[in-house]
Design a protein around this ligand. Structure first.
Ligand SMILES: [Zn+2]
Length: 69
């Protein structure tokens, strides 16, 4: 299995968290976009989608389902 890497720009750290979000203006209601985040960037990425009202949930990478991965 390929190691999961943080989604933050220029970050190559292993991802520990999955930030799950959906933009209702762009995505179907059931669509779940996933950003992967290392411990350092988890708060930054979470805040980015949260202030826009797009945040669905934040969970450990190990809890991702195959559909989300
Ligand atoms: Zn990172």
């Amino acid at each position: 299995m390929t190691p999961l890497v943080c989604s933050a720009r220029a970050c190559r750290a292993p991802a520990e968290w999955a930030v799950v979000w959906n933009n209702p203006k762009v995505h179907h209601a059931g669509r779940r976009k996933v950003w992967l985040a290392c411990a350092e960037h988890q708060e930054q990425l979470t805040t980015f989608v949260q202030v826009r009202g797009f945040l669905l949930e934040v969970k450990p990478v190990s809890a991702l389902t195959p559909e989300e991965g």
